[in-house]
Design a protein around this ligand. Structure first.
Ligand code: FES
Length: 168
């Protein structure tokens, strides 16, 4: 099904990231299936996909804003808001679930006072469930600031959180 195009002109991207957005668009705009590579590069370089980037992306790819927004929100990987200083990703895929990942995630939510897919009120941690980190043999697994950890217990998670907090 084709979605209707948004007839309004794209809002100007006046944020500090406008130049970066233009650079990314220029690199990918003529590629087939450019939307995901553009979103991935923005997320990699900015830590999120800013909402004010959506109109420019839609214009460059001749898509509606709704289509771009739909893809950003469909994939949990993409964040619309900046992440906290630390990003804690807990695997919820099958092998980790069988080894207590759901309990570990609940423990993290309690310990951080923060729901999944959100950031603590002090901006120190973003908590995200993810689906397979490639550490299935070391379940339950998590990633903290890009560093993988396997066979993590609740106590081990507390230690990782305390260490990250001490590093600020
Ligand atoms: S299922 Fe968790 S790392 Fe693969």
């Amino acid at each position: 099904m084709e979605l209707a195009r948004d007839p309004r002109p794209a809002a100007p991207n006046t944020g500090a990231n406008a130049a970066l957005l233009q650079e990314v668009l220029a690199r990918h705009a003529n590629e087939e299936g450019a939307l995901l590579p553009i979103l991935h590069e923005l997320q990699d370089r900015l830590g999120h996909v800013p909402a004010d980037a959506v109109p420019g992306i839609a214009d460059a790819l001749n898509l509606s804003r709704a289509e771009v927004h739909g893809v950003v929100t469909y994939y949990h990987h993409f964040r619309s808001e900046p992440a906290g200083r630390h990003v804690l990703q807990i695997c919820r895929a099958e092998a980790c679930q069988s080894m207590g990942a759901d309990a570990l995630l609940s423990h993290a939510e309690l310990r951080l006072d923060c729901a999944s897919h959100s950031t603590t009120s002090d901006g120190s941690f973003t908590l995200e469930p993810v689906y397979c980190l490639g550490l299935c043999a070391s379940s339950p697994a998590l990633m903290l600031d890009g560093e993988p950890h396997g066979r993590v217990s609740a106590r081990g998670l507390d230690a990782l959180i305390a260490q990250a907090r001490s590093e600020k």
